[in-house]
Design a protein. Sequence first.
Length: 289
Amino acid sequence: RQRLREHSAAELPAGSLQLTLYQYKTCPFCSKVRAFLDYHGLPYEIVEVNPIMRKEIKFSSYRKVPILLANAGSPLQLNDSSVIISAIKTYLISRRNSLEEIVSFYPPVKTVTEKGKEVLEYENKYWLMLDEKETKRVYPVKEVRVEEMKWRKWADDWLVHLISPNVYRTPKEALASFDYIVREGKFGTLEGLFAKYVGAVAMFFVSKRLKKRHQLRDDVREDLYEAVNEWVKAVGKNRLFMGGKQPNLADLAVYGVLRVMEGLEAFDDMMLHTNVQPWYQRMEEVIQK
């Protein structure tokens, strides 16, 4: 009953909330945002960005995807997949603040990495900005919130980094992945051919570098299987989802990340060698509903 009530409340602003998602179809961060929007039944338009020229996001000083343009009375640009999800979820639950005000709770902060590279980080990005009553409704006990935030962060900080080394693991897999990227992405014919072969070779070597950077094992599949089984164990045998009877934001994040491997060898291997399949199928069903 509560779930239904929350869902119908969530659909109220949909008419007034116009959303446009700038994405690469095969990017795990973009896939996370799509899983979230689809699950909440929010209509949105997709603009597929050309990953080489990126002229579709020329309007933005932020040069990564996903970017979500949201219009709830006035146009607003939301950057960073976790900020997008937290801000829109807060907006759906809380009627007190405008979307603009909610987004201001996630300020971008410039930080410098160990290698001296300047990057943008977003404060509070795993928090929903709710008052006490709303928090109680969404997170009846504190542990529920802590767990959701922990695993959302895990999806961004660890799981995502296992995707490239696994889908570009061998030259053959790299070619198959790029075949899929070019098919699903926005490329001209010649550009697509060029991207497929040059991209596959480049990403094969990049994946080796990533493997080293994230200290992955020789066979990167082992890291993938271990991470996925760790997730399944965290959900446990007594819950359909980490969120209980319905997915929470951690379920949607993990599903969104893993989904980008569908149709590739890494995905089939993962289904075969881990216990993720029952949870994954439940996620597919509930999102399609």
